[in-house]
Design a binder for this molecule. Structure first.
Ligand code: SF4
Ligand code: SF4
Ligand code: SF4
Length: 333
């Protein structure tokens, strides 16, 4: 018997059919998983844009707390002036300005400030996309961390984050991903004399625009603020919501009635309030289903769909081997 094309295909299809029949195929129906739940002891930040005065003390303290180098954007290179998140900068304050920029926290002819740093998503895309678990979410605190020893530099996390947070260090010999890890090294420290006792950005913020604490309490505080009547004197805690520095008082602003991060892509552990719509502050409208849930459901469907082709491939290999064996026997080898 010669192994011509016709015989090969016939044998291959026969072998495939036999192999397929021998395997009980599981259902190929996609199973959509739900968004993951907020960890029980989740900690995070509440950023209130209406309290932010743009002093950038949080940017400086973030660099200090995380041993990050200065980044120069002016020709004299005298000041650390990061313009965006980068391999050297984990936290930036950006500004919104429109028209004459006369009034703070107003969209038309107004201006506002906004913080950009990792939101510590409840069901993070970066963790889901990382093929080697270099990105992980702590099951208790919910802090999303990065492990340089595991990272293979694929930058899937960079592509997956809907907020453009993780940044790759392109200018070092040993590049790594950089992003805020909620100052976990200071949270974990037991040194009573340490400079930073919790998130450095919240610890130094003079107005309480950035506030640290359990997400549950931060959410309740955000809700309280949304219920304030605009113009009426209100008290704002500063630093850590459980052990605040002396609070300060100011008239309540006209908030957009929305807590950003409450529902977006399954929720985030940094929540935001603002007087200007979030889209104008660079925070996109996002669905409630997390991207991680969506993509993992899709993967399940695709891998489920791969079973039949894999069985066919196994059958093809089996048939090829059997036909080649018969060919050898016919030739008396
Ligand atoms: S320290 Fe507070 S007020 Fe100053 S820029 Fe940062 S968030 Fe705004
Ligand atoms: S904001 Fe981006 S980097 Fe941070 S946890 Fe969410 S997906 Fe990951
Ligand atoms: S929590 Fe720490 S690392 Fe994250 S933005 Fe604030 S200061 Fe920077």
């Amino acid at each position: 018997m010669t192994l011509d094309r016709r015989n090969f295909m016939k044998a291959a299809l026969g072998g495939t059919a036999a192999a397929t029949a021998a395997v009980a195929l599981p259902s190929n129906k996609a199973h959509a998983r739900d968004n993951k739940a907020m960890p029980p002891k989740a900690v995070g930040l509440l950023f209130d844009s209406t309290l932010c005065i743009g002093c950038k003390a949080c940017v400086t303290s973030c660099k200090d707390a995380n041993d990050m180098p200065a980044e120069f954007s002016t020709p004299d290179k005298l000041w650390d002036t990061p313009l965006d998140l980068s391999g050297k900068t984990l936290n930036v304050i950006k500004s919104y300005a429109e028209g004459t920029s006369d009034v703070k926290d107003r969209e038309g002819n107004g201006y506002a400030f906004v913080k950009k740093s990792c939101l510590h998503c409840v069901d993070p895309s970066c963790v889901s996309a990382c093929p080697v678990t270099a990105m992980s979410k702590d099951p208790e605190s919910g802090i999303v961390s990065y492990d340089a020893d595991k990272c293979i530099g694929c930058r899937y996390c960079v592509a997956a984050c809907p907020f453009g947070v993780p940044r790759f260090q392109y200018d070092t010999a040993t590049p790594r991903i950089q992003k805020c890890q909620l100052c976990k090294q200071h949270l974990a420290s037991t040194d009573a004399e340490r400079k930073y006792k919790f998130a450095a950005c919240a610890q130094v913020c003079p107005t309480g625009a950035t506030l640290f604490g359990p997400v549950e309490l931060l959410k309740a505080e955000a809700q309280r603020r949304l219920e304030l009547e605009a113009g009426v004197a209100a008290v704002y805690p500063r630093g850590h919501i459980e052990t605040p520095f002396p609070s300060h008082e100011k008239p309540a602003p006209d908030y957009k009635k929305r807590i950003y991060g409450d529902k977006e892509i399954g929720g985030t552990q940094m929540l935001l309030l603002a007087g200007v719509s979030f889209g104008k502050l660079g925070y996109p409208d996002l669905p409630e289903q997390s991207y991680a849930a969506k993509s993992e459901s899709l993967q399940h469907s695709l891998y489920g769909g791969m079973i039949l082709p894999l069985v066919a491939l196994a059958g093809l290999a089996f048939a090829t081997k059997r036909t080649a064996g018969a060919h050898k026997n016919e030739e008396g080898e």
